[in-house]
Design a protein. Structure first.
Length: 177
């Protein structure tokens, strides 16, 4: 596991977006309840002239988050889902890219980190688009059991999966709840 940087101040924030990108699905892209984290901070002009801005509150890799165990009641995990994308392709700029050799290990570590920083009975909101990698391969990277699983449309490849962290007494003691 990678070394974690010093834990930042949370100022009462209760939601962690582990890899926020440009915050595309957020209703309020400046939501005061959330810590927006990403390993990228960059801006691009897309092929249609629109500006794409990735400006997280915190630069951090989702495989080694700088937070204590059991910090958040809600975690959002929408990792990059493309492994085949050109170095200058707009989709890679917009959504990020997975390393062809290490993506399984990285996503497995991401799930581990999500559940580590999640409080007992906390909710993990996971989003995956299976354009290139089937969601079944991704869910196999965690032993946690989803509570809710919704695909946004019959032919849509985007899945929203909700997990609820166990609240067993051992975990509660470890989290000092």
């Amino acid at each position: 596991m990678k070394d974690r940087p010093v834990m930042p101040e949370l100022d009462g924030k209760s939601i962690l977006d582990m890899c926020c990108g440009s915050r595309m699905f957020w209703l309020d892209k400046q939501d005061e309840r959330a810590v927006f984290s990403d390993k990228r901070s960059e801006s691009h002009t897309l092929c249609d002239g629109r500006n794409l801005v990735i400006s997280p509150d915190l630069i951090a890799d989702f495989t080694a988050l700088p937070f204590a165990d059991c910090t958040f009641p809600v975690v959002v995990f929408d990792p990059p889902h493309l492994e085949r994308v050109g170095p200058n392709g707009w989709q890679g700029k917009k959504y990020g890219r997975l390393d062809r050799e290490t993506w399984r290990d990285e996503l497995r570590a991401g799930f581990t980190e999500a559940f580590r920083v999640l409080r007992p009975h906390g909710v993990l909101i996971f989003k995956w688009n299976e354009t290139q990698i089937p969601v079944s391969q991704i869910i196999a990277l965690t032993d946690e059991k989803p509570a809710i699983w919704q695909r946004t449309g019959k032919n849509d490849k985007t899945h929203w999966i909700i997990f609820v962290k166990s609240g067993d007494s051992v975990m509660e003691v470890e989290c000092e709840v």
